[in-house]
Design a protein around this ligand. Structure first.
Ligand code: B16
Ligand code: MG
Length: 216
């Protein structure tokens, strides 16, 4: 069994089912700007910062706007997203997430959150999940979004664990790439085709057992 000292979890799409709310808000913005935005196109936005996501979205729609206009559009999207998550409940926690976090903690493996979302703390507090993490890295602590490894490297640093002894759980292509760039093991959650860069892929944390670390 590899020496696993820490698990770093992405938030949207790994711990909570909020990736769908990001998609809904981006789709609403695209429609308002006069173009369609598919779930397939949305894969390219997962794990990517708000402004970088907006740039990708506008490219899909062939829309050119000034920097000032971009700031207004990003704010608009975020206001919708914040509205969507204002009623977030226990049912929005993804299957097996809380249970697996508890197993990890019981096995004396450190835990960190590695999200580039500026709304991460709001979500964790609303769901009473903040105490499951020894360290919380969110979009307010990092400059570079995934696939840049900054978010995961800062998590490892705060936990005082070497990157090679960390496992990252991710649902986004950019997130798996960030884990690879950080020199960490990665477990993809979702589509095998999209997450092919991961060490292995599972459907949800419900399938996760400590013994699976032997596969890394
Ligand atoms: P916000 P993660 C990412 O969170 C989302 O996957 C991505 O869709 C979003 O654009 C980004 O956070 C920024 O979020 O607009 O709330 O600051 O997957 O890294 O937990
Ligand atoms: Mg995610």
């Amino acid at each position: 069994m590899k020496k696993i000292e820490a698990c770093i979890f992405d938030l949207d799409g790994v711990i909570v089912d909020t990736a769908k709310y990001h998609y809904m808000a981006w789709k609403k913005l695209a429609n308002e700007l006069g173009f369609e935005f598919t779930e397939e196109q949305n894969e390219k936005l997962k794990g990517v910062s708000r402004m970088d996501s907006l740039d990708i979205l506008l490219k899909f729609g062939n829309v050119n706007v000034s920097y000032e206009e971009k700031c207004l559009l990003a704010e608009k999207k975020n206001n919708w997203y914040v509205e969507f998550i204002s009623n977030i409940k226990d049912e929005d926690i993804l299957p097996g997430a809380k249970e697996f976090l508890q197993i990890v903690i019981n096995n004396n493996i450190k835990t960190a959150l590695g999200s580039v979302s500026k709304n991460a703390m709001t979500i964790l507090t609303k769901l009473g999940l903040e105490n499951y993490f020894n360290s919380i890295i969110d979009g307010n602590k990092v400059v570079n979004a995934k696939p840049n490894p900054e978010v995961f490297l800062l998590g490892a640093k705060e936990l005082n664990v070497l990157p090679k002894n960390c496992v990252v759980f991710e649902d986004a292509e950019a997130g798996i790439q960030a884990a690879v760039n950080a020199g960490m093991y990665s477990i993809g959650i979702g589509d095998r085709g999209i997450l092919s860069g991961a060490n292995f892929v599972i459907n949800s944390l419900e399938e996760m057992e400590i013994d699976k670390f032997q596969l890394l």
